[in-house]
Design a protein around this ligand. Sequence first.
Ligand code: MN
Ligand code: MN
Length: 262
Amino acid sequence: MVSILGIPLEDNSSFLKGSVKAPPLIMDAFHSDASNMFAENGINCGDGSLVTDLGNMRLPTGKAAMDSIQKAVCKELDHNHKVVSLGGDHSITFPIIQAYSQSYSDLNILHFDAHPDLYDNFENNPYSHASPFVRIMEKGLVKRLVQVGIRTLNDHQKAQVKRFGVEVIEMKDFDSSLSLTFDGPVYISIDLDGLDPAFAPGVSHHEPGGLSTRKIINIFHQLNGKVVGGDIVEYNPDRDINGVTAVVAAKLLKELLGKMLS
Ligand code: MN
Ligand code: MN
């Protein structure tokens, strides 16, 4: 069973607000009569014995929000449910992984993003959406972090990549036949700005030169490993055009669920 958890948190966004409104809009697109509920690999995401929707969390403010996210994810994992979370900004991935690391000792993360999100200190907010992966790596919560779609490395972040042994597949070096193999469980974190803004305009940080929807789906299909959880973050409806980014998020949600349930 996979639980879908809406996490409407935008407090740690550095540039624009708006992602707090994302989860129900992605779920509306997911359930829209415009499409059916099947992933491309034949899994029926509309099967209530496979997928359950927990709806939107009610979050306290400040650091308490982080603790509350961690607790909510722990509760699902304790019931042997896997979790797909819908953000919110990318700061939610740190407390989610804190929860996952209690159940999975040899976790891998596959992370799609335009940005490596490895700032040691961004605007003095340790929970900034620019820093979740440094918080994860400095605590040693995962054994491997693989980033795909990156196209904004500066000197500081390059040093951070080296410091934590992050495997970065930069967009400039991206090869469409990419096939990734992981030993042990895999968690997939999708920042929608990893996609080119032509495919996903509804994000706060437009960074041209990115992935297509198809390329991300193909990476799922070609991935060797057991996917045990994931998140889709940084959808900003205020920036969207005709809801197209919500539909892209919903499509990636279906394919992620299909991969996890196959
Ligand atoms: Mn990003
Ligand atoms: Mn990000």
